[in-house]
Design a protein around this ligand. Structure first.
Ligand code: A3P
Length: 317
């Protein structure tokens, strides 16, 4: 499924002042799905996790699910993450049935935890007015581009493309400034101080996971004991998550591989988990080209990458 240009029925004009008519939006699931999502019902006690792909969604999602479910580690170990907390766009990709596309989300008992990669203007209209709790996680683009490469190959795409070629395609696609990815993140960054938004980054989770867990508990009005915190830090560690079959998207991958029926590379979903791992996967030349693309976008929005990642200005990425 390729990305197609879409237009929402309305824009979040009550949240952000910008020229929405210039906002380019694409979505794999197409216009009819976008219209359906625009009109869907949002519950006051929903919790939404919104990210660009490969920014640490799964890590944060498991953290959130546990905080929302009284640190029930046993239940978490017994059911796939994607079943406990559905990915809004997933069912339509698999079944292509508009009537049933939102069924997994609608069937979920409250309070629901819902994952989406859609941009703010493509999320449900009620989300902009009801303002349920929403968590946004960003990551250094150079790392998420590398991570996306291994992810798409796990699904049998880009099998004849090298990582360098994949990164270059990304640069070509993003020649337009602002790119869609930068619009995606800057819209949520602008909302980061709203009481219903918790904005963070993969890099901050790497630096101090305990702090992020404490912040999320406060944000969701939950308490955590020191024993529960210790369990969380262990359960959410890279090593534990890498070997946890319920956190490596086996449930989703099985359905996607059955649908696309192609040869694929069997990469573990929880793969390397590094901040700055791109440095030993991309050449200096490709890194320079990516830096140029990132800088043009940052100049446009008058922000630094460290600001978007909530890191202090001396952090080296
Ligand atoms: P890498 O491919 O760079 O290793 P998402 O869930 O948004 O698709 O993000 C996936 C990325 O998060 C992968 O990055 C994965 O390894 C990383 N990740 C998942 N759990 C992690 C953890 N506990 N610690 C560090 N990184 C983690």
């Amino acid at each position: 499924m390729d990305q197609v240009l879409v237009q929402p029925k309305s824009y979040p004009t009550n949240l952000l002042q910008k020229d929405w008519s210039k906002r380019k939006l694409t979505e794999r699931c197409g216009q009819a799905f976008v219209d359906r999502v625009h009109d869907m019902e949002v519950r006051d006690d929903d919790v939404w996790i919104v990210t660009l792909p490969k920014c640490g969604t799964t890590w944060m999602q498991e953290l959130l699910w546990l905080v929302m479910n009284d640190f029930d580690f046993e239940a978490a170990r017994n059911e796939h993450l994607e079943v406990r907390t559905p990915f809004l766009e997933f069912d339509y990709v698999i079944n292509n049935d508009l009537d049933l596309a939102l069924a997994p989300v609608e069937a979920l008992k409250s309070p629901r935890l819902i994952k989406s990669h859609m941009s703010l203007p493509l999320l449900p209209q009620q989300l902009w007015t009801k303002k349920p709790k929403l968590i946004y996680v960003y990551r250094n683009p150079k790392d998420y581009i590398v991570s996306q490469y291994y992810h798409v190959r796990s699904l049998g795409f880009c099998m004849n493309t090298t990582l360098a070629e994949f990164a270059l395609e990304f640069i070509e696609e993003d020649r337009a400034v602002p790119s869609e990815d930068f619009e995606h993140v800057t819209e949520f960054y602008e909302l980061r101080n709203e009481p219903w938004i918790y904005y963070t980054s993969f890099e901050r989770m790497k630096l101090n996971l305990r702090q992020v867990i404490e912040d999320i508990c406060k944000f969701l009005n939950k308490t955590i004991s020191e024993a529960q915190m210790q369990q969380m830090l262990l359960h959410l560690s890279f090593e534990q998550m890498k070997k946890n079959p319920k956190l490596n998207h086996h449930w989703e991958f099985e359905q996607l591989r059955a649908k696309f029926k192609t040869e694929y590379e069997d990469n573990n979903f929880v793969r390397r988990g590094k901040a700055g791992g791109y440095k030993d996967e991309l050449s200096a030349d490709i890194i320079a080209k990516l830096d140029d693309m990132i800088q043009r976008n940052l100049d446009h929005c008058d922000l630094s990458l460290n600001e978007l990642l909530l890191l202090d200005d001396k952090a080296v990425l």
